[in-house]
Design a protein around this ligand. Structure first.
Ligand code: PFF
Length: 495
């Protein structure tokens, strides 16, 4: 099992972790979050969120994962056998993220091809919503199947399967070492080009003009913490699983600092590019930047094609480069979402990595077809809200409680400190992960759940109920199934 699931080097571990963190959240989510939460003033809650939560929590997740060198449910069982349910909850929720991520990758794959000839035509909004997605808000749209999206999604699944089913270092390790640097290089080219466009300064001025008064608004603090959780992929058992794959002794504290720095540098760099382009667009069209700013699908599949339409010949280079970047960022993230569940299954049922990945990819691909329907886009929005506003925050809270309190995080401090060449953990870290984080995130979680349920439609609330039921049933099944691994209950402490 160890050959199949061990990084060849510390570099593979760091790059795979950066690949997981750097994703759609950095490209489409962050620029909008920064802008709509006070611009330059947002940096204060953002930096506080990184220092207070991002770094301390990542160290906790890595430290415990490294300590157990086993899958998430196996480690949780070692901490307390009654908690195995929790051990399956996170890997299963992350697998659900994988299924909808495959849909966004599919859309983006289609746009890579369209970008060579601006195939979205003069009205990108109508093209995306009506021509491509045939968007329907009604559940009945689930019966109208869209083959082109299905094909694009299946291609993504084949790529993911091809990389994942190999031994860890030969597949994910090797691919991360190529794709992550490539992603950074292409992004640098796009941003440098964007900064030279006429009107770029209009966008950047708009982005950074700080609205200090917002600092007193609780919502911007919530937004900063939400962004860091999503962007650093916290509380999803991914960091845990990746750290458990590290073989030799590793300086986890320094690795954490490098990963957090790379991720945050990347998203701020993206924000420069996005706002320079919006500034250019504003100059061309006479529309205020504020009216052009959108997030998510709106930014990638509508605002960008609109800009490319007015960019002349450059669009045929920048367009494909941009959609390829989004694809690479999405791919390196989606690859991380299969690992926690796959490793857990391998551990409990002694399946090989090859067999586990092949089975999960087939199941994922079949289930993901629900997104290749006219209701797919709407459903994706619901699942995204459920995962980000409800499931992941809950994951962070539960991990804090189990790892910091029941496992007793103070036990791993001396060894982590001994290996660290940079930061040393002290009482501040223990205090942060035991008290400040769980309390603060519980408040953010309650606020988020209340807000989502209050503003959501009936269909959305019903989807939330169904998802909760589905996750609960799967968790019970995986927990109750008898292990075929005779060592399921033998987990050693490494630290
Ligand atoms: N961290 C990724 C991003 O910023 O886009 C998003 C993500 C990756 C979310 C992996 C969830 C996940 F399991």
């Amino acid at each position: 099992m160890s050959e199949q699931n061990e990084w060849g080097s510390n570099l593979s571990f760091i790059l795979a972790m950066v690949g997981s963190a750097v994703g759609l959240g950095n490209i489409w989510r962050y620029p909008y979050v920064l802008y709509s939460n006070g611009g330059g003033a947002f940096y204060i809650p953002y930096i506080v969120a990184i220092l207070l939560m991002g770094v301390p929590f990542l160290i906790l997740e890595y430290g415990v994962g490294y300590n157990f060198k086993s899958s998430f449910p196996k480690a949780i069982r070692k901490i307390n056998s009654k908690f195995e349910y929790l051990g399956w909850l996170l890997p299963i929720s992350v697998f659900l993220i994988m299924i909808y991520y495959s849909c966004i990758l599919g859309w983006d794959g289609i746009y890579i091809i369209l970008s060579f000839f601006k195939g979205w035509g003069a009205d990108p909004n109508t093209y995306f919503a009506t021509t491509l997605l045939q968007s329907s808000e009604s559940v009945s749209g689930i019966t109208s199947f869209i083959p082109i999206i299905a094909i694009a999604m299946l291609i993504s699944w084949v790529i993911v399967w091809y990389i994942s089913h190999k031994d860890l270092e030969k597949g994910l390790g090797k691919v991360s070492k190529i794709l992550v640097p490539l992603l950074f290089i292409i992004m640098i080219i796009i941003v440098l080009f964007s900064l030279t466009l006429p009107g770029a300064m209009i966008g950047l001025n708009e982005l950074f003009s700080p609205d200090w008064s917002l600092l007193l608004d609780f919502n911007i603090w919530m937004a900063a913490f939400g962004q860091i959780i999503f962007s650093l992929s916290l509380g999803m058992s991914i960091a845990f699983t990746y750290a458990s794959y590290t073989g030799q002794s590793s300086d986890l504290i320094t690795n954490t600092l490098s990963i957090a720095f790379a991720n945050c540098a990347f998203e701020n760099f993206c924000a420069l590019g996005v706002f320079s382009i919006l500034g250019y667009m504003s100059l061309q069209s006479g529309t205020a930047v504020a009216d052009l700013v959108t997030q998510g699908t709106g930014l990638v599949f509508i605002a960008y094609p609109t800009v490319l339409n007015v960019l002349g010949q450059y669009a045929y280079i920048i367009g494909p480069l941009f959609f390829i970047t989004v694809y690479l960022a999405g791919l390196t993230s989606i690859l991380s979402t299969i690992e926690p569940l796959a490793f857990s299954i391998q551990n409990k049922f002694t399946w090989s990595r090859h067999k586990t990945m092949t089975t999960l990819c087939i199941i994922g691909a079949v289930v993901s077809m629900v997104y290749a329907t006219a209701f797919g886009g709407t459903l994706l929005g619901y699942v995204d809200a459920y995962i980000n506003q409800i499931a992941i925050l809950l994951g962070v809270i539960l991990e804090c409680i189990v790892f910091a309190w029941i496992f007793k995080c103070e036990d791993i401090v001396p060894v982590l400190n001994e290996k660290s060449r940079t930061l040393k953990l002290g009482k501040w870290w223990i205090y942060t992960v035991k008290y400040i984080l769980p309390i603060f995130i519980t408040i953010v979680w309650i606020g988020g759940v209340y807000d989502t349920l209050k503003t959501g439609s009936l269909d959305q609330t019903m989807t939330f109920g169904l998802l909760t039921l589905l996750i609960a049933v799967l968790v019970v099944i995986f927990t109750k199934l008898a292990p075929t691994n005779p060592n399921w209950d033998d987990t050693e402490n490494r630290l």
